[in-house]
Design a protein around this ligand. Structure first.
Ligand SMILES: Nc1ncnc2c1ncn2[C@@H]1O[C@H](COP(=O)(O)OP(=O)(O)O)[C@@H](O)[C@H]1O
Ligand SMILES: [Mg+2]
Length: 283
């Protein structure tokens, strides 16, 4: 069996995955997405399985699609990246599946976006439909802030930044949760607590700190239900605690970071990822 990991840079996560493979006697070839040169019009299967770890959403989508069409098992599959990586599509599917998620509107014009904000009530959270590390995720407290955001996007944004995604603000207790799902297993979870520097944003890439979050049956069931919406795979399910004691899922990450999560959870996340990937590649 020929297996590879496709990635952009050797991040701490990717290093851990390679080490876990080596420890298990598994050869995982290193493929940098920058070196891919794909003959799109010729059918050629090189790998039985590819673990998709590209840092770029565009590269993830195109390479996953290409490899799958060539007959390679790609983990996560193209469909998962396509649907999770686009917050608009993901919210539609989470809502439809009955997964508790913050109330969210989509709109294509400033006027329609303002009407949506009126329905939600301030503060509203606006996010780009594609993105990570909370880049351009903004909490808007009033009409003036919303107008400024909309004008900036209209004048400077590309077409997808003019797809407006507005969400109710959840008054969470200064933290959210990242729950790791691998196949049908929930392997661990962390609390991500915001610091003064990160404010209401909890991403660890933005200064949030990671600590162990005990996986209750409620957390497990919700994480598995949310992951299941996008098909079997490896996910980081982000959820928040609401003021009235409920849990809501706000994002399902399709290429999840976990560098800060192995230590607090005590879970061998990269090892379990490798084992799952190899098992599925054989199927
Ligand atoms: N509706 C919301 N209410 C309160 N906080 C939110 C809301 N949505 C996101 N956040 C905070 O913003 C951070 C980034 O949001 P997220 O949707 O996960 O975007 P990204 O894909 O950029 O990580 C989350 O970790 C969370 O702490
Ligand atoms: Mg997130």
């Amino acid at each position: 069996m020929r297996l590879a990991m496709l990635f952009t840079v050797l991040t701490p996560e990717n290093k851990m995955i390679f080490e876990s493979a080596t420890k298990r006697g598994i050869t995982l070839e290193r493929v940098f997405d920058s070196e891919l040169m794909m003959e799109l019009t010729a059918s050629k299967k090189e790998y039985d399985g590819v673990l998709q770890r590209s840092s770029s959403y565009a590269r993830t989508l195109y390479s996953s699609f290409y490899l799958e069409q060539m007959g390679t098992f790609v983990c996560n599959p193209y469909k998962a990246h396509k649907l999770c990586g686009d917050k608009f599509l993901a919210s539609v599917l989470l809502g439809k599946a009955g997964v508790p998620t913050p109330k969210t509107f989509g709109a294509f014009t400033p006027d329609a976006a303002k009407a949506a904000a009126k329905k939600l009530g301030f503060p509203v959270v606006m996010k780009p439909v594609f993105g990570s590390w909370a880049r351009l995720v903004h909490k808007l407290n009033d009409d003036e802030a919303l107008d400024a955001e909309l004008e900036s996007r209209e004048e400077m944004g590309h077409a997808f930044q003019k797809v407006y995604y507005l969400q109710e603000h959840i008054n969470k207790p200064g933290r959210d949760m990242r729950v790791f799902v691998i196949g049908d297993e929930c392997v661990g979870a962390i609390y991500r607590t915001s610091t003064e520097k990160s404010g209401w944003i909890t991403n660890t890439g933005r200064g949030g700190t990671a600590s162990n979050c005990p996986v209750t049956s409620e957390i497990r069931e919700l994480a598995l239900k949310a992951a299941n919406v996008f098909g079997e795979g490896i996910y980081g399910v982000d959820m928040m605690e609401t003021g009235d004691g409920r849990l809501v899922v706000h994002e399902v990450n399709h290429t999840t970071e976990f560098r800060n999560s192995v230590e607090p959870t005590g879970a061998d996340i990269p090892g379990k990822m490798v084992e799952y990937f190899v098992k599925r590649s054989k199927k």
